[in-house]
Design a protein around this ligand. Structure first.
Ligand code: C2E
Ligand code: CA
Ligand code: CA
Ligand code: CA
Length: 278
């Protein structure tokens, strides 16, 4: 194990040849993980602040390595993108998210999931057919799927992305603009993509209790979103102090370790008591 750690340190990710070497090593691991179902999904609740109701869950991907270690997406998604394996992963996630919805009991037949799509997903010609087929086979209504899109996702091929978004929207799927405020084109995207939710990036959420600038930025983003008829989710909500402030700034939904960590199963109830926090 120690040697493994040293090995990782030897290959500086800043160094191109080292990165390539590192990437190549990942390919068989990711392929094997796809084949043998080593990937699994965890679910993190998004809570409506007006009443504590679970609005939906965000689906996050995990990889269980052979030695039992669980890897988070920052470890393998960038590699998968560089090595052309991201399409297969995107399809896997969409397919399993729909299966999960289909398997929920009747009492949760309205619950929605948000799924993160990589920028590459919009160039993935297999995605739409798979989605249509899967929704039809499982009778899951498309409105129970919300796709989280980041700004970088739309840079590669804007026309193709818009076309895909239009088609997914026509099926009934919904959209959230993820990591809002971190890119240069936040407002352009707000104008061009028919999103239901904007997710204020965690970096603005972690500081507000102490940073007046962040506080003002959050307030401004909420105002703009509301004026455009969108609802606002704040992610990375870790303390009651943050939750209280975000609620006061007009944020509609909150997600973070305070209300629930990403877990392989859903919360036992359909709401959580927010009174102790607010
Ligand atoms: P993201 O979409 O911004 O997801 C939020 C990340 O913040 C998740 O990390 C989540 O576990 C973490 N998080 C949640 N609550 C808190 C909190 O209160 N405090 C802090 N500090 N962190 C919190 P995770 O699961 O490691 O995912 C990292 C990124 O990987 C995601 O960022 C998303 O961009 C990407 N990702 C995750 N699942 C998928 C997937 O299925 N497909 C694709 N293409 N990307 C994925
Ligand atoms: Ca996300
Ligand atoms: Ca985010
Ligand atoms: Ca992110």
């Amino acid at each position: 194990k120690t040697r493994g750690r040293n090995l990782v340190n030897l290959y500086d990710p800043e160094d191109m040849t080292a990165t390539h070497f590192h990437d190549v090593q990942w390919v068989p691991l990711i392929r094997e993980a796809l084949r043998n179902d080593r990937f699994f999904l965890v679910f993190q609740p998004v809570i409506r602040l007006s009443d504590g109701l679970v609005s939906h869950y965000e689906v996050l991907l995990r990889l269980r390595r052979e030695d039992g270690e669980i890897l988070t997406p920052d470890r393998f998604i960038p590699v998968a993108e560089r090595m052309g394996l991201i399409h297969a992963i995107d399809l896997w996630v969409v397919e399993h998210a729909i299966d999960f919805l289909a398997g929920l009991p009747n009492t949760q037949s309205h619950l929605a999931l948000t799924v993160n799509l990589s920028g590459h997903a919009f160039q993935n010609r297999q995605l739409l057919p798979l989605l249509e087929e899967k929704l039809k086979a499982t009778w899951v209504p498309a409105k129970r799927l919300i796709f989280e899109i980041t700004e970088t996702a739309t840079i590669t091929n804007f026309e193709r992305t818009r076309e895909m978004i239009a088609k997914l929207g026509a099926l009934g799927c919904r959209f959230a603009l993820d990591d809002f405020g971190t890119g240069f084109n936040s407002f352009e995207h707000l104008k061009n993509i028919p999103v239901h939710y904007i997710k204020i990036d965690g970096q603005f959420v972690l500081n507000p209790p102490h940073d007046p600038t962040d506080r003002m930025l959050v307030e401004a983003m909420v105002k703009i979103a509301h004026n455009l008829g969108k609802q606002v989710i704040a992610e990375f909500v870790e303390t009651p102090e943050m939750l209280q402030l975000l609620h006061r700034l007009g944020v509609d939904y909150a997600q973070g370790f305070l209300m629930g960590k990403p877990e392989p199963q859903l919360l036992p109830g359909s709401s959580i008591p927010l009174q102790p926090f607010l």
